[in-house]
Every structure is written in C-alpha cells, then in structure tokens.
Design a protein. Structure first.
Lengths: 329, 770, 404
C-alpha cells in the first residue's frame, strides 16, 4: 500500500473540498478500497473518510425513501421501512458478502466497488482497466464470473454488487455532489458498459461524492424478490442474480421490473423483457419468451456460456413464482 | 520408509511377509487394547481448548521478538526463463526498509533435500533457492524485503521492478507435457505400476463393463493460518518459531540448506493453524532465515494468501481411466485404473491415485498405472490423502457406474468383491471391517429408500442418495522416539517431537499415557513440537498417533523395566517382567493378579529416587509389510439438486468408519467430519485455476477459491466400529485423512441418483448438471 | 550535575513501579526553565524543542495512556502547540494534586528526563515545574518511546551526558520485562526502591523545599507526522500513533500484542479476524485502524480467558467447535455479534419473511449468518452446536444433534 494522508471529513463541505484534490479518494467502510490499495490497484494520496456523513434514512415526502450514502449495508437492510416497503432491496443487500462486511460497507461504497476479475486483480496480467491498451487476458482465460451481456473486445468484467441490481430494478436515483453542485443520476445510468474505456466505470466526475440514493414510492413490496445463484450456498459472488418485481391485475402484468446481476459490467436492467411483458399475460410462456428476448444478444465465453441458459431459467422461474404468490394485504 | 533399492526392497518385503507374527512390531497385541472402560475412547475435551477459544494459543507469527523485522516476498510472473534485470533501488530507499534480498546478495544456499530421499528430508522441491537468475515456476520468489513494519515491507516490495526473459523449454500446458512423454510415477520407493494377468483382455471379454475417464483439478490446502515463521539467528544458531508438521524434519533440512549442523537449529511449533500436508519446509522459511542472517535482525515472515498459492504446492491435476469388467453375478474380472498426473522437474510427488484400487476389491486381473508428465509449475505436494482422495473419486464412481449398468445395488456389488486377503500383495489383512461398516451404515442411513435416477422430487429439488467407499492405509514412519519421566509425586511427563495442527495430539496422547501408566490425566504433561525433544515424527500420513504410540510403548516398556529393577526383591512385583505388569491406580500391578501392586511413589521413594527418566526408540515399522493394514469407510450422501438452477446442496451425510480403536471419541468424530467437509469442497467447488498460457494461478484468494461455508455443511452423522486392530499401537489406525476419501464419489453418485446426470470432472458445479 | 526524581513507591498493586531517572541539567538553561505555574498562555522559549514523553501506563483522569501522546489535563484538557512545542499540563489526579490553572501548582509524580545536545542538532529538553510530592499519593512511572530512548542512547555517544538509566516498571507481579526495556539495557527492580530526586545545584535554583512538577515535554517534529489517536480495546483506554496504513487487525496484533484475532487472508474473505466494535462484528483486516478511534473494540481476549471463559467459549470446548483453533476467535466473536443482530431483528438472506418482527435461530439461519467465517478443519457441526446451546433455544448435547 502506498502511503497516504488520512482525513476525516467533518461535514460535506469539508469532504468535497478535500475530495477535490488530485489523488484524493473517498473512503467508506473500506471493504473494497482497502483491498484494492493493498494490491496497489488503487493508490490514493489522500483518503477522505466520509463515514459518518449522510448516514440517515429519511422519508422523501412523496412516499419514497432517501438513503444516505454513508448508511451501512446492514443498517439499510435492517431498516423497518426498507424491509416493509422495499423488501427486494433488503434481500439483495443480505445476499451480498458476509455479515461482517455488510456491517462495515456503506451504500456509496457498495455502488462504487470494482470487479472481481482475476486478471484485473493480478498486475502480471494484461488488463485494460488497469492499463489502457494493455489487452484483456480474461477473454480467453478463466471467465466463469464474467459478462454475457454488454461486454466489449476490451473488457468482459462484471459488476459484483447485489444491492445495485435491486436499486436498478426499483428505479432508484443517486444523488451526487461536487464542488460545482449536486445532481441526480438514475441508478440505471450510474454505471457504464466497458466499451473502449473499461477504466471508466461510472458517470461520476472527479471529486464527486455520492450523497444519497433515493427510492421512489413504488417498492413492489407485495410481489418482489431477489434471487442469487452462486457456486456455494453463501458468501460468494453471483453467477447470475435476478431482481424481479411484478404488479399484476387479473392475470395481466400491469408493471414489471427485472434486473440481472453477474451478467454485465453494470446492473443489467432487462428492458427488453419488461417491454415484452408489460400489458401481457402473466404466464410461464410469456415469462420465458421475455427472458429469451432479453438474452437474445447474450454471448458466452469459454467458461460462462452456461449463464445464458441459467439466466433464462432463473428469470422464468422467478417470475412464475412471483406471479403465483397470493396478494399480501 | 527409508529408501532402498527396489530389488533389496523386494527381498526385504518377502522376508518380512514370511516372518512369524511375533517377530513383527504389533505381532503381540498392545495390552492397552484390553482396556475397555478407561480413558481410551472417552470423549475428553481438548486440554488446549481453553487456550484456543480465548485466543491465547500462540501461533508461529505471534511470538514477540526484540528488533523484529517484517518480510514481504515478490513472486515471479513467468513460468520459465530468467531474470534479465531486477531493480531494487526504490525499494531499498523506501521508508523503514532494512534489506532487499535477491539472488544477487542472498547467501549461498543449497537446495532442499527432497522428501523421502533421507529420513529427515522435508523439501518439496530441489529448485535452487534465490541463487541464480533462473525462474522455474510462475510464482517463484525473486526478492524478499525486510522492513520495520509489514506495511513498509509490502509497499517496498511493490516498488521492485523485474524484467524477465521467457525460456523456451517452459511447459505450462498439460497437453504439451503429455506430448513430451511420460514416466511411471514412483511413490515411497515403489513404482506406481502393477499388472496382474491381462486386464485389457479380460475387460474385453467381460459380459459387463464400464470404461470411463475422470478428471480432478488442482487443489490447494488453504489452512486458515497463513504459512508463517518468526525466527532469529543467535550467533550461529538458528531459532525458528514455526508452523510445521515436522520440527525435526524442518530443522535437519534447513540445516542442510545452510550447510550447518542440525544441532544448531532449534525449531518449535506448538500450535499450527491447519496444515493438511502443506506445512513443512518451503522457501519462505529458508528465505526468511537467509535475510535474517544478512540483516542480522530477527524476522517475522507471514506469507500472504496469494503467496500461499504461489509458493506452497497443492494437489496436482489427475486424469484417470477407470475400466471395470464383471461377470453376471458382479464378480470383477478386470480392474483397470490408470492415468496421468502432472509433476515438475524438481519434485518427486506423483499423486498416487491407484492406492485405493490396490486393496479395495478382489479382481481376477489388475492394471494399475500412474504416468507422470512434467510441467513448470509450483511443485505439487502432499495434500490430505494424497492419491486416495482423488483416486477414490475415480474408482468409486466407476463401481457405481458398473452397478448401474448391471442393474445391481452398488453396495451389493462391493460386498460381492470383498477380498479375503490383500488382492494385490497377498498379505493377510490385520483387521478389516468394511463389510460391517457397509451394513451398519446402510441401515442407519435408510439406503432402502433409494429410488432410480431422477425419480425423487421435492418441489424444486431433485433428491438422490449415493454411496462410496473410503480407504486409507495404516502407516507408521520410522524415527519415533519418546522420553518418559516419572517423578516421585506421581507426575509423569512425556516428551516427543510430535505436532498439533488440530488433531488433538496432546489430549489423545495424555489419555493414552494416563491409561498406560495408570495415572489420572491431570498427573500428566505432554511436551511436544520441539526439536529438543526426542523423535523424528512427521504429522502426516495419518500416522502420527501410531508413531507416537509405538515410541511410547517402547519407552514405557523401558520405564517399567527400570521401575521393576528399582522395586527390587522387596516388592510385591518381584520377579515379574515388564510384559507381566501394567499401570493401574498410580502404580504397577501384575496383569494376572491385581493384588500384586506397588505404587510409583513407593517404588521411587524406597529407591531414594526423585524421578526416573527413560528414552526409547520405536521399533522399525515392519508391520505393514507383514499385514495388509487399512482403514475403511462406507459413506452415504443425500443431495438435493435444484431443478431450475442445478445448484447442489448436500442435505444428509453419514460416515461409517472402520478405523481400529478410537482414542478420543470427541476429537475423532471431529477429524472424520473435517475430512468429509474437505471432501465436500473437493466434490462441489474447489479448483485452483491454473492459466496454461502463463502457468500462473489466477484465483489465489479465499474469495475466488471456494471452500465450504457453514451453509454448505449439513449435519454429518458419524459411526464407527471401534474394533481394535490387533497389530497396531493401542489398536488404533489413523483417522486424519480417511474422512476425505470416497466423498467425491459419494456426492457424484448421489447427484447421478438425483438427476440421472453423471459428472466425471470435479468439481461438480451447477453448469455440469443443468 | 544531575537531577534525580524522588518518587514514592507505587501504591497501586497493579504497578510496582520503579524508576530511576537521572535528569541532566544543562548549564545553559536559565532559571526560568523551571517555570512557575503561570497562565495558560505561558510560552516556553522557542529556541528549545520539546519531545513528547510517553505517558505512564496509569490512569490520569480516567485515561489510560500507553504510548506517546498528548496527555489531557483533567480539568482543562488543554494542550497547546506553539511553534512546534507542546505544553501539557497535568491535572488533578488524586488527593495532593492540585488543579492546573494558572495560579496553582501541579503535583504529578513523574519522571523527568532530559538532556541537551549542543551543536547543530536539535535540543531535547524537558522543562517544567515540580510540585510538592505527597508521599501518600500514588506515583506512576511512564514508558519512554523506543524512538526517544534510541535518540537518548545515540545522544549519549555524542554528548557524554548521562543518559537516564531508565528502568521499566513491572506491570504485573511476576510479569517479565518487556522487550523494549530489555533493549535499552533496563533491569528489573524491586518494588520498594524509591526514585531519588534532588534539586540541581544551581544558584537561584528552585527552592530546595519545593519540588515542583515537571510539566513540559520534548517535541520531535517526527512525531507529528503520525496522528495520535484514542482507542478503547477490551475496556482499556489507549493513546496510539501509527502508520495510517495499519489495519485494525495489525494494530491489535503487532502493536498491542493481542494476537487472539487472526490473519487468514487479509482481504475480508475468511472472517478469522472478526472483532466486535460497539458490539457489531467486523473484519478487522480490511478495517483501517484510523477509522476506529473512540470506538469500543472487543477482541477474543476481552470475551474471556482460561479459567474465566465466556459461556460461548466454554461451549466451544465442550462441543469441540474447533480443531486447530485458528479460525476460532473469529467464529466466537462473530457468533456474539450475530446474537446481537438477532436481538436487534436483523434479517438474513434465508429469512422467509424479511420484514418479520424477529427471527428464530434455526440451523439454516445460524449457518447463513455464520457463513462469513470459514473453517478449513471442518469444525462446522461443533461450532453450530456450541452456538445453538448458548444463543439458540434448545439444549444440545455434545456430539448428538437433532436430525435436521
């Protein structure tokens, strides 16, 4: 780890001022950043500790919920309002990592965590994220955990967050602030696909700090679930995960939300599937067809082609089970 | 076994096989076997438990030393070639750095003598250790940094720049290695090739047969304790606080490396945080000692988890052919188990996967062969049940496939082929209770409820059960020696350079010694894991208990002889020989007349002695050349396979063991379970990702190399026969490794029963099932 | 000329103090180096650097100080930094110690050690006033930091001044001397030797009958690169400075020698490093220690010790919830944290209804919640049994678990 100066920000202004310096990075729980610093993949000169800022969870006034970016994962998942109104989000958070990590990690840090690709982590391997133009050793290497959607010739990495998948499905909005002011970014636009610039992972500008994530009023509390498929029963990253929510009316899909994890460089909002389903019948055949439509452009690599079939099955089965649930009061 | 020429070995073996039982250690059963209601077998809690659960057990990296420096290693990133340039200037100038050591300034070191080339050799490979610019594997240490803090050392390590030139003769692909030709493996002095009759011909002629290929990937031990040592030179003496399975081996081997007298090396290792075969002498201890010598400072080296993957070997890759031919009634006429394993040019560890087939089943003909090919990789080494762990996957899956093909119950097929004596050596069995283990196990597990493949469904889950046999040989390595000191106040101290990596050594040995001496447990102290204690005892091969046992038997025999001499003619014991007395109630009693007793206190005080101390060596381990000695298990596994995702969950598991007399029922059950759980990892998730383009391991972390977590582990039911082996110390056989054997096949067979899908390539992940 | 400090024997049984310090006065010091207590704005002369002395392992206004630190005054909590010089004022500690306001003299039974180095290099001078030493009051000793001692040792060669023959206190009866003490050639002392302090022979020196309190310290600008922070570990209050890269795990292990928390991966993947912070379980290996100031940190050592085990520790022994014992502290701390989470109604991924009021500790819930703690020896069944016994509802007999 390269030496750094540690600063604890006493308020947002101080944080932004410190974060504006070159070589500064914001520090949440550190569960990803400290690891990356030990690997010398990240080497900030200044760490601006923003834990303690923006920890609260508040009503927005229009039925939504604003979650401070400094709130710990466990605090969000355990919050009664989240559990009752946005159980999908609580389940997704609880699917991630371990209890110890969830106790430390902040919402902001969770959004900004970086890929687990073994070639990204290994400085002896070629990786376009770490070094532009170096190449990508994962494409013909061990790529079981890698992307089947939205990848490019430069990068096939996936985003490992579970929470972000649920937030994408729920149409959450991230609020970020820089020295020039604050702006709102829909979660589905927060993370980028790799394209030719895989080193750019989010739309954040230098020095911008995530301050909150706001959930809209609709949480699909009656009919939603997060399902994570992994190589062991717990404490592993997703092979494929599905965040799904349905609003049914007399056997018809009034509204549907579908987002996938483990399949792309960002949480994958399955808009093709959603479009195919909305207004149509809530049947297994329809669900399967929608899944097929969403996965039509999927491309498998040497080790991960099974994810296409797996995703198809999990989307279909998850929606079937959601549709079969009795309405909760 | 000391290495003898093959021919001499053959003659020796013949002689030992034919000798009368009484000539052979264990020929006369250990009297302790007769003790039915004492400490042997009792579920005694670990005596080091309170220290371990309160964080007060001191591990290797936890010994404070003055002036300690911390080490960080840099690993090569090519598999074969040489260092063209290594720039350490920035590292040397980094804050807190005391030393940067590379091949340019490392002291002269000899390569490690390889395991089994000498009695105390513990080297995993004989690659020169930082002596030249040559690179032999991707991950080889090329530099060591010493600094005042670990953070400073790690940072300075990242500042070292190396330019490599790849060597043309590097082999990192298994196919390329195979194309270069193979050699039969040699394991413990024996060539891994055996032919009895013409198995291929008999296979071809058999009415029922299977002929399939199985593969197992590389595995890494990954004990939770990172490999570590705290060491310092005191003049020309080297003091190492280490985490190892063989203190005497490490001391001798590192002495050879440094060209010093073994007496000058003092190694202790009281607590080891798991080893499973991985903790002996590796480059980290050698390099740390070299750096300590150069810098004249004590060193703490704790290898990072990435480093453990790079410089501590694991289990190598195997490709296995299993071909079984049977007659209509299930009698085997051909048993073929052959295949290929990868090794390196610098080690001698062929994964001997044919070991189970040598004694598991009777067959008219055998063809067993392990061919080795050479690759440039970190030298593979012993990992829990080397050979048996992965060999049983092939053999026991094969038996299951044959049973299915024949429409026969797989347990009945096995029982049909139960041998009367060792099927490949002809030696008589010392004690073999696998049939009873099968019968007890299948009853308890509810085997009768088994249905055909894919027939049972519970909601989203396919449910299936499978079974497999596990097996592990009884070993005892030579070199056992023990010291017993008995004092007038009735306290006894046993000292032997044995080890504790979680087996509960001190507890079990205290029980045994207490029982043998007739003293309460709290009157005993067991000292171990110190080269100042007698004995060359490797905690490996599931034989430490036997090795210690034989040494303690010898020492006890000598002690009793001394005591009887001291007791003299005035004692009720006068005229008795050591074989006629036993320990009871704090003294010696005649075995056939418990009224003829004298207490230790009385004997010693009459002789005006404060204490009596003896040391003795265990007899040479000849017993397993005279009898065929194995432990066995019958394993039953129930799995649930998700119909949508293919996720596999083990819902029930039973191990029915035939392992001789069990010394401590609490710790033995834990050992069995521990082996089974490692077997679940082997079956369902473990795989070291070796990138053949570079020869580099790409998942060197516990996040990416999966071992079972709590949610993966069901309740594991353990039963055992407790039938003593009449020819082993205490009637016990080892329990450390048998747990892992057979598990891979039990799971694979259960998955087949659940889904109708046969997976022949470990690990059995969901993509292989959906 | 030399100063020796007379200190009465330590009254506290925990510290059998002894120290002998010889303070060397420099002739170039004016009388005013013995500063009479004056206003808080006293400015020591700026041509003198001051070096922080590590505070005693002793409670000062409830603050246990182990390391080089600012010592907080009990009543005014002041520590002024003026031109790189720190003044610390010692406050009311026990009967006989006066408060540290401008008009009152301060009694602190403290070592004084200083020397002056001439020439281009920095001067190290301890300045201060000594107060009336109350024989009945408790006295304490302090530990000088390694760096300070090495400099003093180095200075000895340069200047020929006597270096304080500093001896480490026993921290507990029978405790061996620390490596630090041994490294500076210290020897053990019997408890009943007083430390001599006499007035310097100097015209116009301090009134021989008055022993005034040493107040200042030596400051070395190196010290200011590292933050000095307040920690509470297993109930002990500590002031520590360290490289900000230090993880909480390494702080506990390498610095405080609390080796119970284990390093298994150093990347948050195994849980062997689990400790409790304000009762919550975290992975201390990916926790930067700087972030955990002022928090209540509990390690395995703080849960219990042989002879006084926490019930869960005892249950682990009974149910054989460990083999090698390396992951065990992490498992136990994690289970204690888990019990707290259950009490607070935190759900898990396997909870059937994430919005339920509370959750039963079924085997499945227990295993999921403990899945952040790896065990390679495979002690899982025993671990679950032990935790069920203590935090679950049913009685579990060792080795005999209910069929799932």
């Amino acid at each position: 780890m390269t030496p750094f100066t540690y600063e604890r920000a006493i308020d947002r202004q101080a944080a932004l001022a410190l974060g504006a310096g070159s070589g500064a990075k914001y520090l949440g729980g550190g569960t990803n950043l400290v690891d990356l610093m030990r690997e010398t993949i990240e080497h900030p000169e200044v760490l601006v500790d923003v834990t303690g800022l923006s920890c609260g969870i508040e009503e927005t006034g229009d039925g939504g919920l604003r979650i401070g970016a400094g709130a710990k994962n466990t605090a969000v998942a355990a919050d009664r309002r989240v559990r009752e109104r946005y159980p999908l989000l609580a389940q997704a958070i609880l699917a991630g990592a371990s209890a110890q990590i969830r106790n430390m990690a902040t919402v902001g840090g969770n959004l900004l965590q970086r890929t687990r690709c073994g070639y990204f982590y290994d400085d002896a391997a070629r990786c376009n994220k770490r070094e532009t133009g170096a190449g990508c050793d994962a494409i013909e290497g061990f790529n079981r955990m890698h992307a089947i959607l939205g990848a490019s010739a430069a990068c096939v990495a996936t985003h490992p967050s579970d929470m972000a998948v649920a937030l994408a499905a729920l149409d959450a909005v991230a609020t970020v602030e820089g020295q020039s002011g604050a702006r709102d970014i829909p979660l589905v636009e927060f993370h980028l696909l790799p394209g030719e610039t895989p080193q750019i992972e989010t739309v954040l500008k230098p020095g911008e700090l995530v301050t909150a994530v706001t959930l809209p009023r609709e949480g699909f509390a009656g009919r939603s679930t997060y399902r994570k498929v992994r190589d062991r029963a717990s404490y592993a990253f997703a092979l494929v995960s599905v965040a799904a929510a349905l609003d049914l009316e007399a056997g018809t899909v009034k509204a549907v939300r579908l987002a996938l994890g483990g399949v792309a460089h960002r949480p994958w909002r399955a808009t093709a599937a959603e479009d195919a389903l909305t207004g149509g019948p809530a049947t297994e055949a329809a669900f399967r067809a929608a899944a097929e439509a969403e996965l039509a452009p999927a491309q498998g690599l040497r080790d991960n082609a099974f994810k296409i079939e797996l995703a198809r099955r999990v989307i279909t089965d998850t929606l079937v089970k959601l549709a079969a649930l009795r309405e909760t009061a | 076994m000391p290495i003898l020429q093959n021919a001499m070995m053959a003659v020796m073996k013949k002689a030992i096989a034919l000798a009368p039982d009484s000539f052979i250690p264990g020929g006369k059963p250990d009297p302790l076997i007769r003790h039915k209601h004492g400490l042997i077998g009792a579920p005694i809690s670990r005596i080091d438990g309170p220290l371990k659960v309160s964080g007060r057990a001191t591990f290797a990296a936890e010994v404070p030393m003055e002036g300690l420096t911390y080490a960080a290693l840099k690993y090569s990133s090519i598999a074969r070639g040489r260092i063209v340039e290594i720039d350490t200037a920035a590292a040397e100038n980094a804050p807190g750095v005391v030393l940067v050591m590379t091949y340019k300034n490392a002291p002269r070191l000899k390569p490690m003598p390889l395991f089994l080339t000498k009695p105390k050799a513990a080297g995993g490979d004989d690659v020169p250790i930082m002596q030249d610019d040559q690179i032999h594997w991707n991950g080889q240490p090329v530099a060591l940094v010493l600094a005042e803090t670990q953070e400073q050392a790690d940072h300075a390590q990242s500042l070292i720049r190396v330019i490599y030139e790849a060597g043309g003769d590097g082999v990192t692909s298994l196919e390329v290695a195979k194309a270069k030709g193979s050699e039969p493996g040699v394991f413990q002095g024996e060539t891994l090739k055996l032919e009895i009759e013409d198995a291929e011909a008999m296979l071809a002629a058999a009415p029922h047969k299977i002929d399939v290929r199985y593969t197992t990937p590389r595995h890494n031990h990954n004990p939770i304790e990172l490999h570590a040592a705290t060491l310092a030179w005191q003049g020309d003496r080297l003091r190492i606080h280490d985490a190892v399975q063989g203190v005497a081996h490490v001391a001798w081997t590192i002495a050879q490396v440094f060209g010093i007298d073994e007496e000058k090396v003092h190694v202790t290792s009281p607590y080891v945080g798991g080893a499973f075969g991985s903790k002996n002498l590796s480059q980290h201890q050698v390099l740390a000692a070299a750096a300590a010598q150069l810098a004249q400072r004590p060193v703490r080296i704790m290898v990072s988890r990435e480093g453990v993957f790079r410089i501590i070997g694991g289990r190598t890759i195997t490709e296995q052919r299993v071909a079984l031919g049977a007659q209509a009634d299930g009698t085997l006429v051909a048993l073929i188990h052959t295949g290929t394993v990868a090794m390196t040019p610098h080690n001698n560890m062929p994964e001997p996967f044919i070991q189970p087939a040598k004694s598991a089943y009777a067959s008219r003909s055998f063809l067993l062969d392990v061919e080795t090919v050479k690759m440039n990789m970190m030298a593979n080494t012993f990992m829990r049940a080397p050979g048996e762990a992965v060999g049983t996957f092939g053999l026991e899956s094969g038996i299951d496939e044959l049973a299915h093909a024949m429409g026969m119950d797989p347990i009945d097929l096995r029982l049909k082929n139960e041998p009367e004596k060792d099927p490949t050596t002809g030696l008589p069995f010392s004690q073999r209770g696998i049939v009873e283990a099968w019968k007890a196990g299948r009853e308890r597990f509810g085997w009768r409820a088994r249905r055909g493949p894919g027939a049972r469904r519970d909601g989203d889950w396919f449910v299936g059960i499978g079974c497999a046999a596990g097996t592990y040989p009884y070993y005892r390595m030579p070199g056992g020696a023990a010291r017993i000191t008995l004092s007038k106040d009735g306290h006894a101290t046993i000292g032997i350079a044995a080890h504790e990596m979680g087996m509960g050594t001190s507890t079990a040995q205290t029980q045994i010694a207490a029982e043998r001496l007739g003293l309460p447990m709290d009157a005993l102290t067991f000292n171990y894991a110190d080269t100042k204690l007698p004995g060359v005892v490797l905690a490996g091969g599931s034989q430490q208990t036997a090795a210690i046992g034989a040494a303690v038997i010898a020492a006890h025999h000598k002690l009793v002889g001394e005591l009887l001499k001291l007791a003299g003619n005035d004692s009720p014991l006068a005229g008795l020989t050591p074989d006629e007395v036993g320990g009871l109630d704090g003294g010696l009693c005649a075995l056939d007349d418990e009224s003829r007793c004298e207490s230790y206190a009385s004997i010693l005080s009459r002789a005006k002695r404060e204490e009596v101390s003896v040391e003795a060596k265990a007899p040479l381990p000849l017993e397993f050349l005279h009898w065929s000695m194995h432990s066995h298990s019958a394993l039953f596994c129930e799995v649930r396979v998700n119909a949508v995702t293919g996720e596999i969950r083990v819902s029930r598991f039973l191990g029915s063991f035939d392992c001789g007399r069990i010394i401590n029922s609490k710790t033995a059950a834990s050992q069995f379970r521990g082996g089974i759980i490692m077997g679940l990892g082997l079956a369902l998730m473990e795989e070291t990702q070796f990138d053949e383009r570079t020869g580099r391991i790409m998942n060197p972390s516990l996040a990416e190399y999966h071992v079972p977590v709590h949610l993966d582990v069901p309740e594991i039911d353990i039963i055992w026969s407790d039938e003593a082996d009449p020819h082993t110390p205490m009637g016990a056989r080892g329990v450390g490794e048998i747990g892992i054997t057979g598990v891979g096949a039990a799971v694979a067979n259960a998955v087949f029963n659940a889904t109708g899908k046969r997976v022949r390539d470990l690990p059995i992940t969901l993509d292989k099932v959906i | 000329m030399s100063w020796t400090v007379r200190l009465p024997m330590m009254c506290r049984p925990a510290f059998q103090t002894v120290s002998t310090v010889q303070a060397v006065a420099s002739g170039s010091l004016s009388n005013t180096h013995l500063i009479p207590p004056s206003g808080s704005s006293t400015k020591p002369s700026t041509d003198v650097d001051v070096l922080k002395i590590r505070s005693p392992p002793e409670r000062i206004d409830g603050t246990l100080i182990h390391d080089v630190a600012r010592v907080r005054c009990c009543c005014c909590d002041s520590h002024n930094v003026v031109n790189g010089i720190v003044e610390v004022r010692f406050g009311k500690k026990s009967p006989g110690i006066a408060t540290c306001n401008a008009e009152t003299r301060i009694v602190v039974h403290r070592h004084m050690a200083y020397r002056r180095r001439t020439g281009k290099s920095r001067s190290y001078v301890v300045r201060g006033t000594l107060s009336q030493i109350d024989e009945q009051s408790s006295a304490f000793s302090h530990q000088l930091s390694d760096r300070f001692l090495r400099r003093l040792q180095a200075a000895q060669v340069d200047t020929g001044f006597d270096i304080p023959a500093y001896e480490m206190p026993h921290q507990r009866p029978g405790r061996k001397m620390s490596r630090r003490a041994r490294s500076i050639g210290a020897t053990t002392q019997t408890p009943d030797r007083a430390v001599e302090y006499t007035e310097p022979e100097r015209p116009g020196g301090v009134d021989a009958g008055t022993q005034t309190l040493a107040r200042a310290l030596l400051v070395d600008s190196d010290f200011w690169r590292e933050a000095s922070m307040h920690f509470v570990v297993n109930g002990d209050e500590l002031e520590l400075d360290f490289d900000p890269r230090t993880s909480l795990l390494d702080l506990l292990r390498e610095r405080l020698h609390l080796f119970g928390s284990k390093k298994g991966c150093n990347q948050g993947a195994c849980g062997a490093c689990t400790v409790l912070v304000d009762g919550e379980r975290i992975n201390s290996c990916v926790a930067l220690a700087v972030q955990y100031q002022d928090r209540q940190i509990t390690t395995i050592e703080g849960l219990g010790a042989p002879g006084v085990l926490h019930p869960l520790q005892a249950a682990f022994v009974e149910h054989d919830g460990f083999q090698c014992g390396y992951c065990t502290p992490g498992q136990i701390c994690s289970a204690v944290g888990m019990a707290g989470e259950l009490k607070r109604g935190v759900p898990s991924y396997v909870s059937a209804d994430v919005a339920a009021e509370c959750f039963d500790l079924t085997d499945e819930e227990l295993r999921e919640r403990m899945s952040g703690n790896l065990c390679r020896c495979g002690a899982h069944n025993g671990i679950v049994d032990a935790i069920q016994e203590i935090f679950g509802e049913a009685e579990v007999e060792p080795g005999k678990r209910e069929a799932a």
